[in-house]
Write a protein that binds this ligand. Sequence first.
Ligand code: SF4
Length: 130
Amino acid sequence: MASVGSMLGTKALQIFDETTCVVRAVRRWTQFYAHESCGKCTPCREGTYWLSQIYERLETGRGTEEDIAKLLDISDIIFGKSFCALGDGAASPIISSIKHFRTEYEAHLEGSCPFDPYASMLAAPEGVGA
Ligand code: SF4
């Protein structure tokens, strides 16, 4: 995995199709890491908090081009400079998603999320659709 620039992390595998918003998926992971950060080291403690704030802006149509650069800057500060693997785990999906799906990030700058969140669910929540 390391030879292709990836990691197994918690060894949980998630597979998405093209209906899934990459920004939304990475935002959920980032919220998880921000919640789970124990706060021992500054890059992880502060970085995961601010990453979460930026993703909230992007998803609600208040993001800017600078926010994408800030995500990369903060991730670079966290990656390899945190005490445990949680820091690398938090930064890695952000770096790789911007590298491979930058157009999806940029699409969020033209308004709110262009994806229908219900299209990527196996079943719509009760009261939605039908
Ligand atoms: S990298 Fe690990 S030790 Fe450091 S604050 Fe995050 S969870 Fe705690």
